[in-house]
Design a protein around this ligand. Sequence first.
Ligand code: HSE
Length: 406
Amino acid sequence: MVKIAIIGFGVVGSGVYEVLRKNASDVTRNAGTEIDIKYILDIRDFSSHPEANLFVNDVNIIADDDEVSIVVETMGGLEPANTFSRLMLSKGKTVITSNKELVATFGDELFELAKENGCSYYYEASVGGGIPIIRPLKNCLAANRIDSVAGILNGTTNYILTRMFCANASFEDALCEAQEKGYAEKDPTADVDGFDTGKKISILSSMINGEKINHADVHTEGIRKITLADTEFASKFGYSIKLIGSCKRIGEKFAVVVAPMLVENTSPLAGVDDVFNGIMVSGNMLGDAMFYGRGAGKLPTASAVCADVIDAAKNVGAPFVAPWKKSSKNVLVDYEDMEYAMYVCFKTADKAALMKELASKFDGELQIANTDEHVAFITPKDKIKSIKEKLSGINAEIAGSLLVLE
Ligand code: HSE
């Protein structure tokens, strides 16, 4: 029998409890041993919970109990999750987390601490909720050099964009709907401004690089600027619009970016709608693989945490290999030097003059469309700074611009 503790009994923590209770026989069979919840740490009052006897509010009770070998951290945020995780690891207890902020910010240090103390630090649920992505990268695809990862890593923004596309809802109306359904927070900044996706892509990028890629250094744009003119043009051109976290290997460097992008309808990512997530991975031996499913929510996320518990229970005492170390050099390609095709939408009274200007500045055949008010086109692929230079000389107001996913 393996004894565990859950610290943080919010949405994901209570989901972990539910999964371990409901699926106890599957969990025991897959772990090869019974998983026993000895403690649940939460400062709130759970005296009317059916298993109120499990609840404690002093973290040291768990830290000082040698019987507890695995601690599930589902608190979220940096503190006190960081202090508590370090305490548990320093006592040789394996820690399992769903906390993307902590993994993205201090993962390198926590891995090191786990190694020093002969235990492990697992983080499957920190990216993609219930979708397996960390373990496939770490195990199944471990013999590949991963050349790129690009994904829809945030369910809330994907729901909003889907409503904009399918129901012609404005960004503001779609955000309200997402809030009513409980997907978006009252303060939606982390989701709609791309920061949540930034943490998730920085975790995946760090795994691929083997050294930390700091989310604060990743060029990050959100979806507030997307208009119904953009969704209309994207449809005309045969694309969808998705908030994409992307990491592309360019020689020794990585082009990592979070931005809303036009995604061609032929791409499997274009069909990832509502709150679902989808992640495309390209390995140099495998080619492309796609991971799809529920990227958030109580039970999907808890099922990923519990899979880590099972893995940890099976591998007690196994040597821990840190997925990434602290950064030794800057490996990020500057945003302006990244190469993309770009969608640009103009507001102009003189469409004919604009079209002439576009044809003179950009080589090759341009995809151009227009509506009563706007003209939009897709540039050939080039460095972002070269495209911007060409656009700066054009005599028309730019109403919107978006990168195009390759
Ligand atoms: N707010 C996140 C999302 C939750 O919408 O995907 C999962 O990290």
